[in-house]
Design a protein around this ligand. Structure first.
Ligand SMILES: CC(C)(COP(=O)(O)OP(=O)(O)OC[C@H]1O[C@@H](n2cnc3c(N)ncnc32)[C@H](O)[C@@H]1OP(=O)(O)O)[C@@H](O)C(=O)NCCC(=O)NCCS
Length: 247
C-alpha cells in the first residue's frame, strides 16, 4: 500500500545502504542523472548517488501517487545554472533532502523545506578535515561559543562532537538550499544542555521557526534534520525494503 504523505508537522526519514544499489535502478535515472552516475570514478560514490536518487524517487512517488520513474527533479544550481543544485520536486507540497556518508543513505521528506545530513564518525576512509584535528576545523566553521563547547569535550569524543555540530549546521543549510555556500560559523546552534536549537543564522527569518533534531543513525554515524517550520516528530522508515520492492 502506498504510504500517506507525512502528517502535518512531522517528517519521515528513509534509511538505506549504498550496498542496496542494483543495476536495475539505473532505468529510473534521467539523462542528467545517468551522466552524473557515470562520471563518478569510485564504485562507492556511484552506489551512494544511485541509492540516494532512486530512494528519493521511490519515497516521493509513494506520497504523490506517482510511479518512481515519473518523479523528476529540477537540479538547477541557483549559483551557476548547472544541474548540481538542491533537487526540487514541485507540485505536491513536499520538501525532501538526500544525504550519504560511508555506507549510509538518508532521504528526508516533510511538508516544509527540509534538510538532512549524515556523517560517518568511526572507520572513515579519510581523517576528518585532512589532518584529523576537529579543533582546527572548528575554528573555520564554528561560532566562538561552539568552539568553546567543543574544547570542553574530552579529546576522545571531539571528532564525534564536531561532526554532530557539523550535521546540524549542514542540515539547516541544506534545508535553505545554500549548502556549503552558507557561512557555517553564522549558523549557530545553542550550546546549552537542552535539545538542539538554532540560535542565530544569516537570514531575515526568525531562527526560532526552524526545527532542528538529531537523528538516530546507525552505530558509528551521526545525523541531523532541519525543517523550516514546525516539526513535532520524525518517523524512521526502511528505505532498503522500499528499494527491494522496486521492479
Ligand atoms: C549540498 C552539499 C552541502 C552536500 O554536501 P555533501 O556533504 O558533500 O553531501 P551530502 O551527502 O550531505 O548531500 C548530497 C546531496 O545534497 C543534495 N544537494 C545538492 N546541492 C544542494 C543544495 N544546494 N542544498 C541542499 N541539498 C543539496 C543532493 O541531493 C545531493 O545528493 P546527490 O549528489 O546524490 O544528488 C554540498 O555539496 C554543497 O554545498 N554544494 C553546493 C556548493 C556550491 O554551490 N558550489 C558552487 C557550484 S557553482
Amino acid at each position: 500500500m502506498a504510504p500517506a504523505p507525512p502528517a502535518d508537522g512531522t517528517a519521515e526519514v528513509w534509511w538505506a545502504h549504498r550496498q542496496d544499489a542494483a543495476e536495475r535502478y539505473l532505468a529510473l535515472l534521467d539523462e542528467t542523472e545517468r551522466r552524473r552516475w557515470a562520471a563518478y570514478r569510485r564504485d562507492a560514490d556511484r552506489e551512494r548517488f544511485l541509492v540516494g536518487c532512486v530512494l528519493a524517487k521511490a519515497a516521493l512517488a509513494g506520497y504523490a501517487g506517482l510511479r518512481p520513474a515519473d518523479v523528476r527533479f529540477d537540479r538547477t544550481c541557483r549559483q551557476c545554472g548547472e544541474p548540481h543544485g538542491k533537487p526540487a520536486f514541485a507540485g505536491y507540497g513536499l520538501g525532501h533532502s538526500v544525504a550519504h556518508s560511508g555506507d549510509l543513505v538518508a532521504v528526508a521528506v516533510a511538508g516544509d523545506p527540509v534538510g538532512v545530513d549524515v556523517e560517518q564518525v568511526d572507520g572513515r576512509s579519510h581523517p576528518l578535515g585532512g589532518d584529523g584535528d576537529p579543533e582546527s576545523l572548528g575554528r573555520l566553521v564554528l561560532s566562538a561559543a561552539e568552539q568553546d563547547a567543543l574544547a570542553q569535550v574530552p579529546s576522545s569524543g571531539r571528532a564525534r562532537a564536531f561532526l554532530t555540530a557539523w550535521t546540524r549546521k549542514e542540515a539547516v543549510t541544506k534545508a535553505t538550499g545554500d549548502g556549503l555556500r552558507a557561512a557555517f560559523s553564522e549558523v549557530v546552534v545553542a550550546v546549552d544542555a537542552g535539545p538542539p536549537r538554532l540560535a542565530a543564522w544569516p537570514y531575515p527569518r526568525d531562527p526560532g521557526e526552524v526545527t532542528l533534531l538529531d537523528l538516530d543513525a546507525a552505530p558509528g554515524y551521526v545525523a541531523a534534520l532541519a525543517v523550516l517550520g514546525r516539526c513535532a516528530a520524525v518517523a524512521p522508515r526502511d528505505g532498503s525494503a522500499l528499494l527491494a520492492e522496486l521492479p
